[in-house]
Design a protein around this ligand. Structure first.
Ligand code: PLP
Length: 324
């Protein structure tokens, strides 16, 4: 892990744990594009990928209060779930190492002969990696399944897959509160919708939250976000919008157009995106602006939710972008 990072300040001892997770606001990068000028729209990218090299973007935000809660409950082991390329597994392993927790990652599927870079890095950070077959994995949140993990592994604080729960919302609200410029929309990529739920809770009915789903399924996302927001705020808000037009065929699916877009964006704006969430979201935002979906004068803050380690799942497509 680099300690050269501009927003990186972890010199606090573990005993002052919550302040140790306090970071400087991540910067807003103004995106200078001829298309945006032509359409009279302004776009900033909130560089939340700069929270931490390994615990980047929404992972930092979602883990922060989960770690505080684990400490408060006196639990020293964190257990979570994820796929073999999961940004969440990567981040939780790094956070465990940084803040003095043991970590266990329950990975979906069977072990492969050559573990992914994500799993190798997680193991290097001390994570105990265990595999769970897909049928069992689907039932992982059932009480019997959790109980059997406790019997096998002892006491742990369970962080759900993707880190989405009520504590995650609290961290994501801080991300919203950091934005001091005037804006009309916050845009971000979504999977489980936990980050977007935190943004909606943070906006508290003001402005608009626009999510770009990286998954095909429409049925449950809006309702699960609404439920999370309700649990947290006791309110429902109508400033949430989700588009399902830019998933490129579904979770982790990519095509040449998306890959070329991400490369061009890096060339033009010196900022790396990844293809699972941030690439699709920014692609979608450009497309919506091109198609006059925002009135002239609209000001948009798009959140770079990090996750660049996920590029390791696209070595062929991004061989020049992946730094070893
Ligand atoms: C980089 C990145 N952006 C966005 C998301 C979506 O977050 P959420 O599951 O809270 O919708 C994820 C989820 O894992 C992610 O890794």
């Amino acid at each position: 892990m680099s300690s050269q990072h501009p927003n990186y300040n972890f010199t606090y001892p573990i005993i002052t744990f919550a302040p140790a997770m306090h970071i400087k606001p991540t910067p807003l990068q103004h995106i200078n594009e001829p298309l945006f000028r032509e359409k009279g729209v302004e776009v900033w990218l909130k560089r939340d990928d700069l929270t931490h090299p390994d615990i980047s973007g929404n992972k930092w935000r979602k883990l922060k209060y989960n770690l505080v809660e684990a400490k408060e409950e006196g639990l020293s082991t964190l257990l979570t779930f994820g796929g073999p390329y999961s940004n969440h597994i990567h981040a939780l392993a790094a956070a465990g190492k940084l803040f003095g927790f043991k970590t266990i990652g329950i990975i979906r599927g069977e072990p492969s002969e050559e573990p992914t870079d994500t799993l190798q890095n997680a193991a290097k950070n001390g994570m105990r990696i265990l595999f769970m077959d897909r049928a069992q994995y689907r039932l992982k949140n059932e009480p019997e399944s959790i109980e059997s993990l406790h019997v096998q592994l002892g006491e742990f604080y369970m962080v759900p897959e993707g880190g989405t729960n009520i504590y995650a919302l609290q961290g994501c609200i801080e991300m919203v509160n950091e934005i001091k410029t005037d804006y009309d929309y916050i845009c971000l990529g979504c999977g489980t919708g936990g980050t977007l739920a935190g943004v909606v809770a943070g906006l508290y009915g003001k402005k608009k939250a626009l999510g770009f789903s990286s998954l095909k399924g429409k049925d449950t996302l809006t309702s699960s976000i609404t439920e999370l927001v309700q649990d947290f705020t006791d309110k429902t808000f109508d400033n949430l919008q989700i588009t399902f037009d830019y998933h490129f065929g579904g979770y982790a699916k990519v095509n040449d157009e998306l890959i070329d877009f991400i490369k061009a964006f890096k060339q033009n704006h010196l900022t790396q995106l990844e293809p699972v969430y941030t690439g699709k979201m920014i692609y979608g935002l450009y497309d919506m602006i091109k198609n006059d979906q925002f009135p002239r004068g609209t000001k948009i803050v798009a959140i770079h939710t990090g996750g660049l380690q996920g590029l390791c799942g696209y070595k062929k497509e991004f061989e020049n972008e992946i730094q070893n």
